[in-house]
Design a protein around this ligand. Structure first.
Ligand code: GCU
Length: 607
């Protein structure tokens, strides 16, 4: 496993039982002995402060703060060779969470790095050494919550709170010295399985059942971060079945967790997944806002509403969810997805931090209180499937610590720490990674439309794959036009935004090209600001995306990656090239056949 910690010596056999002890151990191994004095300062919590002293350096911090400070110092020293005279740092968000979508049968929903790290055959099956490696990876970039099971809680995952509780406790013990607290996804309807006649959140027996469950769970894992819940979403059970609101549902669970300091993370991914494609009155991106805005102010203090970053579902490009901008009296987490579900399955290269930075440009600094990301981890030798996909885990940690992090700087740090490449090659790889999202975007779905993927597995092109089905993700391309009018005159989605954004996107003549067809329905002959027609721009982007992928593959071949990563990276690059060709051909053909308008440059489009 080649990671950004490759320069650190192994933890095999090392003994440590707290973040502070681990901080001392890591520093003493990585840097000259006695050059660091560690001073615990509980008031600093996760934060740390570094200062120069006569004999070396003083690092102050809370228990976990010392650990984060130690990793920051060690990695900085390894990446830059230098340390500043003085520095203080503390995380922007107190919860920096990874959500694993692992099932107890060992599969991982939307997992592209092999089987589950935690489960196999319906039971817990983790390897302690691997867990320590994982704990170290997470701690090294400041991540502190790990939800280990899928939000779709299939049997027997409920056992995690029941028969498997001792295993959960053992796992929590492994992660505790890394400052990582576990979280568990729970099934809202669990009281029914326990023999209660209802799971109604206002029913006293149901409430008592959850309180009793929380008591048992916290007796085993006293520092459990809390529960994560997907309710009334994609056919999962939830409070709607009992005529209750999501505030009532969430608060009932939050009440059970409150005595133990636990948080209840409630996902806002609720929409009608049984839509009739002829129903133009329903527009899926409006759903989260419609469900949750009326509840603003009604959630208990220890509820965090977890909102996907865009209004759809982790597409290559989506605007920031309007809910994240609108809710003022509710604690919210923004949910990102490291697993490349719609973005190439960790085969195609797709570095996410440029996208995340765009989201944060529109998000006022204090609007959210936590950050979560769906995991891209698995049991493969390369823990992120594609060795270059680890950049997304690393940079997510950096972002969750400080959303103002410089994207290029963070990617470059990762490159430098992970690969022993000559400096010129580090520059090349950094820029390939930074441009990879744009390249992927060009050869896949055009100008903010998304969704032109094969249904179900979400890999490979299928322009009409989701067009006439129940999931509500339509582009409505016909022979004249494509896109959805989401302005006030159309579905009204844009009305969910503050005035400034309404103005920014409301007029197709000034709307940024990359969001154009998300917000507007336009004829193929529409003149873009650069003078090209819309259809020509679609063709050009797709051909360019393919050409850029060709160049990307050639550039990757010239880099001195070590074995066996080199073979893995290059074989995936060849697959990406095949993908890019296929996407380019299929999407361009689709639009050519519909519109009947030829490519001005006469390139081959298979009609
Ligand atoms: C997507 C994804 C599902 C997942 C869901 C969610 O729809 O395809 O596999 O369960 O998101 O976020 O809950």
């Amino acid at each position: 496993m080649n990671t950004w910690l490759r320069l650190l010596s192994s933890l095999d056999g090392a003994v440590f039982s707290s973040p502070e002890e681990l901080a001392r151990l890591e520093l003493s191994r990585a840097l000259p002995e006695d050059s660091f004095a560690l001073v615990p300062d509980p008031a600093l919590g996760d934060g740390w402060r570094l200062s120069r002293s006569e004999g070396g350096w003083i690092l102050r911090g809370g228990g976990t703060g010392l650990l984060y400070g130690a990793y920051s110092v060690i990695l900085r020293r390894l990446a830059d060779g230098e340390l500043p005279e003085e520095e203080a740092s503390s995380p922007r968000y107190s919860l920096r969470m990874i959500n694993c979508w692992d099932n107890m049968d060992g599969t991982v929903e939307r997992g592209y790095s092999g089987r589950s790290l935690f489960f196999e055959g319906g039971r817990c099956a983790w390897e302690p050494a691997r867990m320590r490696e994982l704990g170290r990876l997470l701690a090294s970039v400041g991540l502190n919550v790990l939800c280990i099971n899928n939000v779709n809680v299939h049997e027997p995952a409920q056992q995690l709170l029941e028969d498997s509780l001792p295993e959960l406790a053992r796992l929590a013990d492994v992660f505790r010295p890394f400052g990582v607290r576990l979280m568990v996804s729970v099934d809202f309807s669990r009281p029914l399985h326990a023999g209660l006649p209802t799971a109604d959140p206002l029913d006293p027996e149901v409430r008592a059942w959850w309180r009793g469950t929380a008591e048992k769970v916290y007796a085993a894992v006293p520092d459990l971060a809390g529960f994560l819940v997907k309710a009334d979403s994609e056919n999962r059970p939830g409070p709607y079945a009992y005529g209750r609101t999501h505030a009532e549902g969430a608060n009932m669970l939050a009440e059970a967790l409150a005595p133990f300091g636990g948080v209840l993370v409630w996902r806002a991914f609720v929409y009608n997944c049984h839509q009739d494609w002829r129903d133009t009155g329903t527009d899926r991106p409006k759903a989260a806002f419609e469900h949750y805005m009326p509840l603003d102010g009604q959630f208990a203090e220890n509820v965090i509403l977890q909102v996907k970053h865009g209004p759809f579902d982790f597409q290559v490009r989506e605007p920031l969810s309007p809910l994240l901008l609108a809710m003022r009296q509710t604690a919210m987490a923004m949910e990102l997805q490291l697993a490349q579900e719609y973005t190439g399955h960790q085969i195609d290269l797709y570095t996410m931090i440029p996208m995340w930075k765009e989201l944060f440009e529109e998000l006022p600094p204090n609007r959210i209180t936590a950050l979560a990301a769906v995991s891209n981890l698995g049991r493969d030798v390369c823990i992120t499937g594609h060795p270059l996909a680890a950049v997304n885990l690393y940079t997510f940690g950096r972002l969750a610590w400080d959303p103002a992090v410089d994207a290029a700087g963070a990617v470059r740090d990762w490159v430098r720490l992970t690969w022993a490449l000559p400096e010129a090659q580090e520059d090349v790889l950094t820029s390939l990674l930074l441009s990879s999202r744009r390249t992927y975007e060009k050869y896949t779905a055009p100008l903010g439309i998304g969704w032109m993927v094969n249904p179900h597995d979400h890999y490979g092109p299928n322009p009409s794959g989701y067009e006439y089905d129940q999931w509500g993700t339509y582009h409505k391309a016909d022979r004249n036009a494509v896109g959805i009018d989401r302005t006030h005159a159309g579905t009204g989605y844009l009305d969910q935004y503050p005035e400034a954004l309404r103005r920014k996107y409301g007029d197709p003549a000034s709307c940024a090209d990359l969001y154009l067809l998300f917000y507007h329905r336009l004829p193929y002959t529409w003149r873009m600001r650069d003078g090209r027609t819309l259809i020509q721009r679609i063709y050009d982007d797709h051909f360019e995306g393919y050409e850029e992928t060709k160049a990307l593959v050639e550039s990757l071949k010239k880099l001195d990656f070590p074995a066996p990563d080199r073979e893995l990276i290059l074989s995936r690059a060849e697959m990406q090239l095949t993908d890019a060709r296929e996407w380019c051909d299929i999407i361009n053909t689709f639009f050519h056949r519909l519109s009947g308008i030829p490519d001005e440059r006469g390139r081959t489009i298979y009609p």
